[in-house]
Design a protein around this ligand. Structure first.
Ligand code: FES
Ligand SMILES: [Fe+2]
Length: 403
């Protein structure tokens, strides 16, 4: 496990005694590892599905697909938020298909028309006389574990090694409380931000370090690059703080953004002039800005196919100034995301080249390594230089875990 230390772009404080070589190249294109990750990582760790403001009224729902799993998160008639497998108990169809929507008083399966109450119990099968008697609870939608943390709704498909989300993020409680996250509201738009033919870990590797900001992200460098601090993943969570540069910005959008944000009274120093990021293992980041709050996450679809999913939330009492600032932060984020996507593609294809030998990580990329440590703890097979023989990876991993 990594030690408690701060990593700064301007002040290198990380001692050199850690694994600088990254994951082996085969880990980014191995189908058996992808299957193991589905079981050990994505099924068994908390997933950020949405925010309570995505479920504005009884019957409002959001669907969430992750690997082999699919979930349905909804607000029932009493206002309680519930999560279920989006899996009809008759023959397994999706009960709802859209990314989000509102179902008035019941969920009706599009295959044969079984209907479920908003609390998940079975209301009726189509042509019930053709079945034996069906107990409404026994044959109701299967619940999925759910936790609401500061308004963000997390789900977990299977029990896993993490404690609660609240425990994992507890060390940030006092820092994030002024943001009043639970009171933010969703900005309209799709959940899917981007799609790329890359392994999900390549996206995360690029996102887990700020060493590239100075060269690859002109807007971020202009906003906060000279004072950016990354803290590594510790017990499943990381923190990065981009405190706005002391010197004036050169780019018009950054200059205008800083001028607008300086008029907001609601956050204490230094958060009133910073972008704060919380990383949540294995695949989510929450970005806390003075004007808005965002999240994004990698959704692995295949060994070389990943979606980036996320959403933006604004202040309920958003002023025109805040709205203009949110437009500009979104613009800066959009440019950054495009730049990162290109870096992700290059990172992802590199291990397939005959010229690929190994990589070496800087002290400023300790966030990448601490994330890899979390993966290696769960999947010690990732310490092998060469991929295990075909058909043996899961077994080999279990054996290595027992050592
Ligand atoms: S699969 Fe849903 S009603 Fe048949
Ligand atoms: Fe980046």
């Amino acid at each position: 496990m990594v030690g408690e230390m701060t990593l700064s772009v301007s002040q290198n404080k990380v001692p050199g005694n850690w694994d600088r070589k990254g994951l082996p190249g085969w880990a980014y294109s191995n189908d058996e590892l992808f299957a193991l990750e589905q079981d050990l990582i994505f099924r068994a760790h908390w997933q950020l599905a949405c925010h309570i403001s995505d479920l504005t009224e009884p019957g409002a729902y959001v669907t969430f697909d992750m690997g082999y799993e699919r979930a349905l998160i909804l607000r029932d008639k009493a206002g309680t938020v519930r999560a279920f497998h989006n899996l009809c108990r008759h023959r397994g169809s999706r009960v709802v298909d859209n990314e989000r929507g509102i179902c008035k008083s019941a969920l009706t399966c599009p295959f044969h028309g079984w209907t479920y109450n908003l609390d998940g119990t079975l209301r009726s099968a189509a042509q019930p006389s053709t079945f034996p008697e069906l107990d409404p609870v026994e044959w109701g939608l299967k619940p999925v574990e759910l936790e609401i943390w500061n308004g963000f709704i997390f789900i977990r498909f299977q029990p896993g090694p993490q404690g609660s989300v609240a425990e994992m993020l507890q060390r940030f409680d006092s820092e994030i409380s002024p943001y009043n996250i639970a009171n933010m509201e969703r900005v309209a738009g799709d959940f899917i931000f981007a799609e790329a033919e890359v392994n999900w870990k390549s996206m995360r590797d690029v996102d887990n370090e700020g060493y590239h900001v100075a060269k690859a992200h002109p807007s971020l460098q202009d906003l906060y690059g000279r004072a950016y601090i990354d803290e590594p993943y510790i017990n499943g969570a990381s923190r990065s703080l981009g405190k706005f540069n002391d010197s004036p910005s050169k780019l018009w959008s950054v200059k205008a953004y800083r001028a607008l944000v300086s008029q907001f009274p609601h956050l204490p120093e230094p958060l009133n002039a910073s972008w704060l990021y919380l990383g949540i293992f294995p695949n989510a980041v929450i970005g806390l800005y003075p004007d808005s709050i965002i999240f994004y996450q990698e959704v692995p679809v295949g060994t070389k196919h990943t979606l980036q999913r996320g959403a933006v939330y604004r202040h309920r009492d958003e002023t025109r100034t805040m709205r203009a600032a949110r437009y500009l932060s979104g613009r800066i984020d959009g440019l950054t995301a495009d730049e990162d996507l290109q870096l992700t593609r290059w990172t992802d294809e590199a291990p397939l080249s005959s010229g690929y030998d190994r990589i070496i990580l800087s002290d400023l990329e300790y966030g990448v390594s601490s994330f890899h440590d979390h993966l290696r703890d769960l999947m010690p097979v990732l310490s092998l230089e060469r991929s295990p023989d075909v058909g043996t990876l899961a077994e080999r991993n279990t054996a290595l875990k027992g050592l």
